[in-house]
Write a protein that binds this ligand. Sequence first.
Ligand code: HEC
Length: 225
Amino acid sequence: MFAFAVGDSLVALDAVKIDTTDQARILRGGQHFQQTCLSCHSLVDFVNDPVAKELGLSKEQMPVWPEDSWNGHPPPDLSLIALSMSPDWLFTYLRTYYVDKARPTGYNNLVYPNTNMPNPFVDMQGHQVLINPNYFDKNHAHGEQFWYRVIKLKETGRLSPAEFDDYVDDIVQFLTYVSDPSVHARRQIGPWVLGYLTLFIMVTYAYFRLVGKDYFQSPKSPPPH
Ligand code: HEC
């Protein structure tokens, strides 16, 4: 059961352009996932995919958490997260952590308020803080503001803001592919189907050229009397 809904976001979601044909980018996102997410999150439905094989992802590497670990909020499997939430949600969620001393992890999030997930990007992104510390004292409508009107980067990490956006974008491309890898299989099968049909038509045509000649020609008209 989810303790939140998409509508819980305090800010509008950024749009992310998904391209599941960009193999290089998907692989890069997979490598980022291995570096930054796999210590906590599994992708159990994904292990038999060619991309998973290329990344060297195996079930043995994937964490399994008891229900009662993490105060009852263990990191969920993310195989279908891009479908159950959305790429836009993921892209905005992962970029809207901000410092909040009141939270046990030291960070809060604008898209998933009070998330139990520690900010995985502190060294890469740096720290974001509320522009107006009294923001939550006022009554703000959910999901109408843009996040960059609510939080700002106070201290840059080892990636520039543009590099960090790209890094997260790669992960979102990867997770979107993971949630529907057959997109790729369908594209690979396409040319074979067309090839088969072409061959079928050629063989049929040749056959009729050989056999059909007699078949289609009207019987020789009787010689005139
Ligand atoms: C240190 C462990 C840890 C790391 C590393 C981590 N997460 Fe999480 N993540 C969690 C926990 C714990 C939750 C559950 C949060 C909750 O229920 O409040 C969570 C929740 C999530 C959710 C919400 C999904 C849902 O259905 O609740 C997403 C999406 C997510 N993580 C993505 C990622 C991505 C992508 C990365 C890598 C960039 C990552 N996480 C790295 C611990 C982690």
